[in-house]
Design a protein around this ligand. Structure first.
Ligand code: PEP
Ligand code: MG
Length: 869
């Protein structure tokens, strides 16, 4: 096996093997840019070392050969006493993990070669001793595992109030002795003076740093696979710490914050790379280099242009100037903010560097989502009191209130409020609508609060478990004895899950104003978003629909680009004042009572549908027949029992109690809901179908689609379908009739079900719940954090589709459904419909559309375009 590549042998496509830094150093070398010579030890060698605990056979010989070649090129040997070659040993994994792994500079110095270095630098003793003390400090900390503060403190004591550049050669020489003493004291051994031994130990330390705790944590957060390993780059040292004619800096080819072209970066005179990052002295803006060293500055600008044209993207760069000579130490395609990503992509199109197709693939739905929410001003001062789950993004500020009634009341008086609950239930809907944001101490990302808030585009932080919500006392307590009472102002950040005391200032989103149609594309960012969205729309195959239950949501969804409604949850129309009617229906014991309740509901339902059909203006509307888990609709058993035990209980209360007892279920989510309820309560579904048909008659061009929830077997579907077909025929209205696929059995018998369904819509919330056996209301706040820590999955399956399990069921249902009915129309309406990765999955398996909350429609449009390119 070949474990070592000279910089002249690699290229930028070899990131798996050479890591990002090594691959790009090779690329720059081959472009003819001034890169100090060197070589890269592959990630293969690292993986072998980490697995076996020893360097692979042949590696040391290969390194020796490459080092010999480097020495003959440089005309001096590593650590040579009278004229030493020094090298740096740097980590570099496939994905950049800034600052997470190790680097050692100035390898090759010892008590003899430090004099050689001084002599060769024209008697610059100060520089030589400064380099030596840096080696012992970095080597001691990263290779020998000595507490870095011991070195820092010794340096601070020596400096006093001076800067490090004020130390003279004699002082630095004494510091070297102090440092050597620290090494002896901490390890029981002398600092290794053999240059080859220094290099060998440094290479192993870099390999080991792959598994340093902070590197592991970073990988988990960034979803970087744990088994990639890092490469090691060994490069001839160039020195930014010679004197004022030398220095080191970082630069971007354009502003990573705004995307604007120009000269962005920092420069530090008389310093080595680690000083910039560590911030030991104030850097100067890169522009000032023009004054200090105009030749190097001009050369640097030229190289930046070469790199941008070559990589066709924003690059970031590390460089060093050694006595007026510029050296490139690193480059990579640079990280950037969401706003910059959009601006840069379209600028590169205008410069003729990339196509519009490429521009669309250079931005992500997550970046677009970030641009859509008002955000807290990150520069503002703020006091964080808790952190929960970032359930629905945005920034909300208001007075804490602890009940829906109070929320509605205060909002009615023009106050901004944040509804704070232990958890929410459908009764809180009015309060959630009234509030600027919702904060709960329990429940995960698919908890009621989270789903509903996302649907409304309302900021929500859920499962903030550090908070103790005392609803009755109208207050909550946070760690550190903070007590927030009703009326106290708090700020919640749904993008990060953070909760702050007091008001944090916010800045609104121009991108949403544009989607709302309120603003012509005016600023550069909105213009860029507009161009990219148009191109994505032209490219995508998937259509995008909305989950919407009210005419207002439907209208907004339409403005955001929805091509129909994929899920209208009719149980959401039965809340508030109408809940009483549903209660009457469920509790009816005679046919007359039941009919009276249905008769009362029908005109209300008809009016609901008319509103939605009008808002959708001829686009298809999928109406799901009622699917209420009964525990969300009936009064609480405990409360009723308590009440019934007192004198105040009425006859009705007692009847209610016995009915609730009769209907009480241990597992309501697996209980009497969906099609099961429709089959058990005669007339319920028929009433809804009649209301749909009559509404459709009144709105010209209306395109209703009737959807049956929670079907597990075709027999359930057939009996509902028969009744619906009859009603439609009587009213003379055309509507597709289809089913949700939410139960694994439905997916597995899709061939049979398709005989009776003109469309399928995958209800991946329930399908995930039932495939994994995870309660969607509970698991995210109970044990998912542990599962995520253990790496059992990298992301909750309720958030992003589990391709291997749930995805497999969907594939089966698509194939067998289409085999039975070639023109079967296929969509998804679970929360996954607005998740970027899941949209790509839906494209891959050949669905016709995705349906998601109105606020996620632009994200789904963009990702559907990206999936098609
Ligand atoms: C689903 O289960 O994915 C779905 C859309 O239905 P609901 O969330 O209303 O159960
Ligand atoms: Mg469902």
């Amino acid at each position: 096996a070949k474990y070592v590549y000279d910089f002249t042998e690699g290229n930028r496509n070899l990131k798996d093997l050479l890591g990002g830094k090594g691959a790009n150093l090779a690329e720059m070398t081959n472009l003819g840019l001034p890169v100090p010579p060197g070589f890269t030890i592959t990630t293969d060698a690292c993986r072998h070392y980490l697995a076996e605990g020893s360097l692979p056979d042949g590696l040391e010989e290969e390194v020796a050969e490459h080092l010999a070649a480097l020495e003959s090129r440089m005309g001096r040997k590593l650590g040579q006493a009278d004229d030493p070659l020094l090298v740096s040993v740097r980590s570099g994994a496939k994905f950049s993990m800034p600052g997470m792994m190790e680097t050692v500079l100035n390898i090759g110095l010892n008590d003899e070669s430090v004099h050689g270095l001084a002599k060769q630098s024209g008697g610059n003793d100060r520089f030589a001793w400064d380099s030596y003390r840096r080696l012992i400090q970095m080597f001691g900390k990263t290779v020998l595992g000595i507490d870095g503060d011991l070195f820092e403190n010794a340096l601070d004591r020596l400096k006093g109030r001076r800067q490090d550049t004020d130390l003279d050669a004699g002082e630095l020489q004494r510091l070297v002795e102090t440092y050597k003493g620290i090494v002896r004291e901490q390890t029981g051994k002398d600092f290794p003076s053999d240059p080859r031994e220094q290099m060998r130990l440094a290479v192993m330390a870099v390999f080991d740093s792959w598994n340093a705790p902070r590197a592991i944590l970073y990988r988990r957060q960034e979803r970087i696979p744990a088994d990639l390993g890092t490469a090691v780059n060994i490069m001839a040292m160039v020195f930014g710490n010679y004197g004022d004619d030398s220095g080191t800096g970082v630069a971007f080819t354009r502003d990573p914050g705004s995307g604007r072209q120009g000269v962005y970066g920092d420069y530090l005179q008389n310093a080595q790379g680690e000083d910039v990052v560590a911030g030991i002295r104030n850097t100067m803006p890169l522009q000032e280099l023009e004054r200090i060293d105009p030749n190097s500055y001009r050369e640097l600008l030229g190289i930046m242009e070469t790199l941008e044209n070559h990589y066709r993207d924003l690059c970031d760069i590390e460089f060093t100037i050694e006595r007026g000579k510029l050296w490139m130490l690193q480059t990579r395609v640079g990280k950037r903010t969401a706003a910059a990503a959009f601006c840069i992509a379209t600028q590169l199109v205008d410069q003729g560097l990339i196509t519009m197709d490429e521009a669309v693939t250079r931005v992500t739905g997550d970046q677009l989502a970030q641009l859509m929410f008002p955000r807290f001003d990150s520069g503002a001062e703020r006091q964080r009191i808790a952190k929960g789950m970032n359930a629905s993004p945005g920034a909300a500020v208001g007075k804490a209130v602890f009940s829906s009634e109070r929320a509605v009341e205060l909002a009615g008086q023009g106050e901004d409020v944040i509804l704070v609950r232990r958890e929410t239930n459908p009764d809180d809907l009015s309060g959630m609508i009234a509030a600027k944001g919702v904060l709960t101490s329990r429940g995960g990302k698919t908890s009621h609060a989270a789903v509903v808030a996302r649907g409304m585009g309302k900021t929500c932080v859920c499962g903030a478990e550090e908070l103790e919500v005392q609803t009755a006392e109208r207050r909550f307590t946070a760690p550190g004895g903070v007590v927030v009472a009703e009326g106290d102002v708090i700020s919640i950040d749904g993008t990060t899950g953070e909760v702050f005391l007091g008001e944090v200032p916010v800045v609104p989103s121009a991108v949403v104003e544009y989607f709302e149609g309120d603003a012509e594309p005016a600023d550069d960012l909105v213009k860029a978003v507009d161009r990219i969205m148009r191109h994505a729309d032209g490219a995508r195959r998937l259509r995008v629909r909305a989950n919407a239950d009210t005419p207002e949501d439907a209208a907004r969804a339409r403005r955001f680009g929805a091509q129909g409604i994929g899920l209208c949850r009719t149980e959401h129309m039965f809340l508030g004042e109408r809940r009483q009617l549903v209660e009457d229906l469920v509790l009816a014991t005679t046919d007359e009572e039941r009919q009276a309740a249905l008769d009362a509901l029908e005109p209300l339902q008809k009016a609901d549908f008319i509103g939605i059909f009008r808002a959708m203006d001829g686009a298809p509307v999928t109406i799901r027949l009622i699917d209420p888990p009964l525990h969300e609709f009936l009064p609480d058993l405990v409360e009723l029992s308590v009440k019934a035990a007192t004198q105040e209980a009425t006859e009705k209360d007692r009847r209610l109690l016995s009915a609730v007892k009769r209907l009480h279920e241990q597992n309501p989510m697996l209980g009497l809901r969906g099609v099961r309820l429709g089959l058990v309560i005669p007339g319920l579904f028929a009433m809804q179908v009649r209301a749909i048909a009559q509404a459709a008659k009144e709105v010209p061009g209306a395109r209703p689609e009737i959807m049956i929830p929670l079907v597990a077997t075709v027999q359930e579907l057939e009996s509902v379908r028969e009744e619906a077909v009859k009603i439609l025929a009587e009213t003379g209205v055309d509507a597709l009739i289809g089913t949700m696929i939410e139960v694994p059995r439905a997916a597995l018998t899709a061939g049979q079900i398709a005989e009776s369904a003109e469309f399928f819509s995958f209800g991946t919330n329930d399908l995930t719940q039932m495939t994994w056996g995870f309660s969607r209301d509970d698991v995210e706040s109970s044990f998912f954090h542990r599962y995520l820590d253990l790496g059992i999955f990298g992301v909750s399956p309720f958030e992003s589709i589990d391709r291997d399990g749930v995805g497999r069921l969907i594939e089966i249902a698509v194939a067998e459904g289409r085999a039975a009915r070639p023109d079967l129309h296929l969509g998804i309406c679970g929360e996954h419909g607005g998740d970027p990765d899941s949209v790509h999955f839906c494209h891959d398996v050949g669905l016709d559309y995705v349906s998601c909350s109105p606020f996620r429609i632009p994200v789904a449009r963009l990702e559907a375009g990206r999936a098609a390119l």
